[in-house]
Structure formats: C-alpha cells, structure tokens
Design a protein around this ligand. Structure first.
Ligand SMILES: Cc1cc2nc3c(=O)[nH]c(=O)nc-3n(C[C@H](O)[C@H](O)[C@H](O)COP(=O)(O)OP(=O)(O)OC[C@H]3O[C@@H](n4cnc5c(N)ncnc54)[C@H](O)[C@@H]3O)c2cc1C
Length: 382
C-alpha cells in the first residue's frame, strides 16, 4: 500500500517544518538547558492554527485530519521534543474531552480559546497513588446543592502552569454506582479558582522545556456548569481520549527516530577514523540500516492508526501498537545514534544527547509500554 500525505496534510507539514527550523531550532537548546517552557513559541504556533488541529472550525480549530496532525508533530518533534510534546498534549488530551463530551456553552467558553491558540489546556488523570491504575484515583468531587466540591491531587500534569494555561480537565470520583463500584466524572477547573494550587515545575531527565507540575485541590468549589458530560462516564471519557494521545506519542517517537537517524548518518559520513569516514565501517552501516528499517515500521503503524481514526474505524489496538513499537524504536535508535557519535554524543551541547534524554519518557507517558502490551493482548481476546 502506497502511503502519501494529501495536499492539506503536506501543506501543514511544510508549515510546521519551516516554523520549527526557523523559530524553534534557534531557541531549543537554550530553553531545554534553562528548563524553560517557551510560551512565546507556543503562542506563535497558536496564531498559525497549530493549537487547534483536531477541533472543527466551528469551535475555533483548524479541522485537520489525524494524519495531518501526525505529520505536524513529526516535523516539530524532529527539531524539539519538549515543544512537540506540549503541542501534542494540548491538541489531544488537553482539548478533546471538551470537544467530545462538553456542552456547547463549555466548548464556547473553554475549547474555543484553546483551539484558537490563545490558551493552553491540561489533562489531569495521574495521581501520586494512581498512574497505570486509573480506577485507583482518590480525587473526589462531592455534589453540593449548586455545584461540586473537589478535593485531591494530581501529578506529572503537562502544560499545567505556563502563563498561557487556562485550567485543567480532571477526573474525579463522584460516588458509587448501583453495584457499589466507584463512578467518575470529568470536570474543568479554571486557573485561579480558590483552593486550586499549581505546584512547582517538575524536573525530568528529558522534555525539560515542557511544563509538568503537580496540582492540589483543597475544597475547590465549581458550579454545575464545570461538570463535563455525565458524572458517571468520566473514566471512559478519559480512557478513550488517551487512545488519540497514544497516536500522538507514537508520532513524537517517530519524529525522534527520524531526527537522530539523520544526525547519526551525517556525522558518520564526515567523522574520519582509521583514515576513512566511519560510515564505511559495516558495524556503523548496520546500525543506520536497522534504525531506518525500524523507523519505517513506526511510521507505517502510526499513520495507519491515524488513518483509521479519520475513517471512523476502531483504532485502540493500532494506536497501542504504534505507541509501543515507535517508542521502543526511539529509545533503541537514539542509543545507537549516541554510540555512532562516540564521546561527543555524550556531551549535552550535542543535540543528539538532548534527544537521548528526551526518549525514555516515550515508553512511560500516555500509558506505559507494559500497559500497551495489556491493551493489545486484551484486544487479541486474551
Ligand atoms: C513527563 C511526563 C508528563 C506526563 N503528563 C501527564 C499528563 O499531562 N496528564 C496525566 O494525567 N499524566 C501525565 N503523566 C503521567 C503518566 O501518564 C504516568 O507516569 C504513566 O501513566 C505511568 O504511571 P505511573 O508513573 O504512576 O507508574 P505506575 O503505574 O506506578 O507503574 C510503575 C511500573 O509498573 C508497571 N505496571 C503497572 N501496572 C502494571 C500492570 N498491570 N502490568 C504490568 N506492569 C504494570 C508500569 O508499566 C511501570 O513500569 C506524565 C508523565 C510524565 C513522566
């Protein structure tokens, strides 16, 4: 099957490539080293329509296909993984719950500014005691006469505390169902709501320019209009949003592999040892050939999952496979790329070293790879 981008997707990919090379590349190392989220760059991406890619024009978005979205992340992620991570999280988990489950009033108030790129959105699922086991969350929303009172905490929340952040869409327990099992609801909590505290930016081994923070909710009162959809359907809403997020992390992973393959190949062709370029040694050639082959498989899996979503077909298994394969490939490929660079690849001034640090989280975020295995096995009927 021949896979090619259509004109709209190609135009978006070109736009993102030009922006990434012209506006992101010059600040990427500085922002990463300073552990600074460059909101000025995100704001410009917003002006270009890149923060509302999966949202219809009716709600301020650019109405791109999922395939075009993957192409956009591929181009940004080749230049900077933290900024691409911020963009993908905003477009998927940060915006889609409001689009898919919100009322028209909620879409107009919160989704529109997110999609028009005037604000950033965050998605609060993970808690200190509940990561892979989403059902184990403890944050509670208690019904009171004119709204809800939320108590609890979240951790590792991306885009949570930038100057552009508008608030967080979070999952909370809302009670128990008829069978005595917990039920969950989705709430949007605006920044500045009394009792809602945004913690200090967390320090990771990579994605250093991404704004990731813990959040605390201490008797946070929100009106009934902050409940997004049915108060017993939140868990399903969150888990189905993560399916799209997995395609996005697969796209990030494939962009990393693509970037480090090019870096390693170019370096190997100009690095002379034993009187010839190291690219003439078979050991180096085989590493590059493996990287290119695994990258092609990542690319096909990722675009195929995206195309299935665009076609309205089930894509949970394909998204999990794409994320599993592409993230594993990225971690392996960047390790080999650093090996090809030798000592210089170990030094943080070299871009490949930054990508090495950025790679590991791809196997953790949006559901660890062990959880992707479980999802795939379950969908195989196990
Ligand atoms: C940089 C970064 C950004 C993030 N952004 C967000 C965000 O925006 N919003 C959000 O809600 N979360 C976010 N997360 C959280 C992320 O989704 C979780 O870290 C991830 O889901 C894993 O949860 P955990 O860290 O609690 O690990 P745990 O669930 O404690 O897992 C620890 C280990 O046990 C394994 N394990 C657990 N259960 C099983 C099982 N059933 N079978 C086999 N192995 C198992 C895991 O695979 C893992 O290896 C982010 C995390 C990071 C690092």
């Amino acid at each position: 099957m021949l896979f090619e981008l259509d004109d709209d997707a190609q135009a978006l990919a070109d736009l993102c490539r030009d922006f990434a090379e012209g506006e992101i590349a010059p600040i990427a190392a500085e922002a990463w080293n300073a552990e600074r989220c460059p909101v000025e760059v995100l704001a410009k991406l917003g002006e270009l329509g890149v923060l509302g890619l999966l949202v219809p024009e009716e709600w301020g978005g650019s109405d791109a296909s999922t395939v075009a979205f993957v192409a956009a992340i591929e181009q940004i992620g080749r230049v900077d993984q933290s900024i691409a991570a911020a963009v993908q999280a905003h477009n998927t988990i940060g915006s889609l719950p409001l689009l898919r489950f919100g009322s028209d009033d909620q879409r107009d108030r919160w989704l529109r500014p997110l999609a028009e790129g005037r604000a950033l959105g965050a998605f609060g699922l993970t808690e200190p005691d509940a990561g892979s086991d989403a059902r184990g969350i403890r944050t509670k929303a208690e019904k009171v006469s004119d709204g809800w009172v939320i108590n609890g905490s979240k951790t590792f929340i991306s885009n949570a505390g930038t100057d552009m952040t508008m608030g967080v869409t979070l999952l909370a327990r809302t009670g128990v169902d008829a069978a005595g099992k917990p039920s969950y609801g989705t709430f949007f909590v605006e920044r500045g709501t009394p009792g809602f505290t945004i913690g200090a930016k967390m320090r990771g081994i990579g994605w250093k320019a991404l704004d990731t923070r813990p959040l605390a909710f201490d008797d946070v009162f929100v009106g009934e209009d902050h409940l997004v959809g049915d108060p017993s359907m939140g868990l399903g809403q969150f888990l189905s949003t993560l399916e799209v997020g997995r395609i996005a992390v697969a796209a990030l992973s494939m962009s990393l592999t693509s970037a480090v393959l090019d870096m390693a190949r170019d370096y190997a062709k100009q690095r002379i040892q034993f009187g010839k370029p190291i690219s003439e040694f078979q050991a180096v050639q085989f590493k590059l050939a493996d990287m290119a082959t695994e990258l092609e498989a990542s690319r096909l899996l990722t675009y195929s999952a995206a195309a299935r979503r665009d076609a309205g077909k089930p894509f949970m298994k394909e998204a999990a496979m794409a994320k599993l394969h592409a993230s594993r490939t990225a971690v392996r490929a960047v390790s080999e790329a650093v090996q090809i660079f030798g000592g210089v690849g170990y030094m943080l001034e070299t871009p490949v070293a930054r990508f090495y640090c950025d790679a590991k989280v791809l196997e953790i975020g949006e559901g660890t790879n062990e959880i992707q295995h479980s999802v795939i096995a379950r969908l195989l009927g196990c």
